[in-house]
Design a protein around this ligand. Structure first.
Ligand code: PMV
Length: 332
């Protein structure tokens, strides 16, 4: 019996990935930069079992069929092909954060799945190879393999589009406060959204300017320069959402509460508090701050109308293997 368990953190992008040059291979149109989110984790156990006729997948204690299981199976197929085996697997996965809270679960999920499955199959893959494979399940998952502050390279081909760490988690005491305004499932998720990106007349301009934003963001992180960091991450979010809003069909992820928080964050920054927003494909707002100010800001965010709850995460390490394995749900 071949079994392994892995833990991976979710991540928040500061320079966002939006649009693929190859949807099947998930090769992005631009490079991106992110930070792993400590404590927002997926743990996944993969057990290859010759007696199984099909892959089985349980998420947070419930056996899944349909699209979710197929995406897991497709990812296992990539790893089976590398190992030269055909054995089916039982995959048990648990998130320690609820689904639909605006925290990307596909990044941590496909990163943990890739590491656990490759280890269970005895494949000895280095970090770049794992990141490249995780990318195939979900683009942002490539960034949850390495630790701390991470850059996913655009690359020239399939082989060199992977993510690498450029600073460890303790390099800077950045904190992500995730202000949850809605738990509703988004109508168009990122997999459906990426193919719409080229229909926006603004996407080419976004892509052309990305190397500049990547340089500014990387340098701001290296130099722990919060002012520049705030300015570039907010600009990047607004550029990506401009593309989303102007694609055909148009994607509008913001709610009135989203905009209210964005405006409030800027007012707090004017008062001297380090605070800056970044928003993924949903209405919830990630407010970045520095550790000494996080309790104060968390309390202020929680008191705003429309904010249901605020999650807190600092920079996290790489995906890693665990010694303990998850037990299957009782209905197995
Ligand atoms: O990895 P995906 O396909 O879920 O895309 C992620 C897209 C954004 O979260 C909006 C941006 C990013 O870089 O994480």
């Amino acid at each position: 019996m071949q079994i392994a368990t892995a833990l991976a953190h979710s991540n928040i992008a500061f320079i966002k990935y939006w649009g693929n040059r190859d949807d099947a291979l998930r090769l992005p149109v631009n490079g991106s930069i992110s930070m792993n989110l400590d404590g927002l984790d997926t743990v996944t156990t993969v057990r290859f079992d010759p007696s199984l006729g099909a892959d089985r997948f349980a998420l947070d204690g419930t056996w899944e069929t349909g699209e979710k299981r197929e995406r897991v199976s497709a990812q296992l197929d990539l790893l089976r092909a590398l190992a030269g085996v055909d054995t089916r697997a039982k995959v048990l996965s648990e998130n320690n954060f609820p689904q639909g809270t605006g925290i990307a679960s596909s990044a941590s999920a496909f990163s943990a799945l890739t590491l656990a499955a490759s280890s269970a199959l005895g494949l000895e893959l280095n970090e770049a190879a794992l990141s490249r494979l995780a990318r195939r399940g979900s683009g942002s998952a490539s960034r949850s393999i390495p630790g701390g502050f991470v850059e996913w390279y655009l690359g020239k081909a399939e082989e060199d589009s992977y993510a690498e760490s450029f600073a460890p988690p303790d390099h800077w005491d950045l904190v992500d406060l995730v202000a949850i305004v809605s738990r509703e499932h988004k109508a168009v998720g990122s997999t459906g959204g990426h193919p719409l990106a080229p229909t926006s007349p603004l996407q080419q301009a976004r892509i052309a300017d990305t190397p500049r934003r990547l340089d500014r963001c990387r340098t701001a992180i290296f130099e722990r320069d919060f002012g520049t960091f705030a300015s570039v991450i907010e600009q990047d979010t607004l550029v990506m959402h401009s593309v989303m809003m102007t694609s055909e069909p148009s994607l509008m992820y913001w709610e009135p509460d989203t905009l209210r928080i964005m405006q409030q964050v800027r007012l707090w920054r004017d008062e001297g508090l380090p605070a800056a927003f970044t928003i993924d494909a949903g209405p919830n707002v990630h407010v970045m701050t520095l550790a000494p100010h996080s309790a104060e800001l968390q309390a202020r965010l929680a008191a705003l109308p429309g904010v249901e709850t605020v999650r807190h995460a600092s920079a996290g390490g790489p995906a890693r293997l665990l010694a303990e394995h998850l037990a299957p749900p009782r209905s197995a």
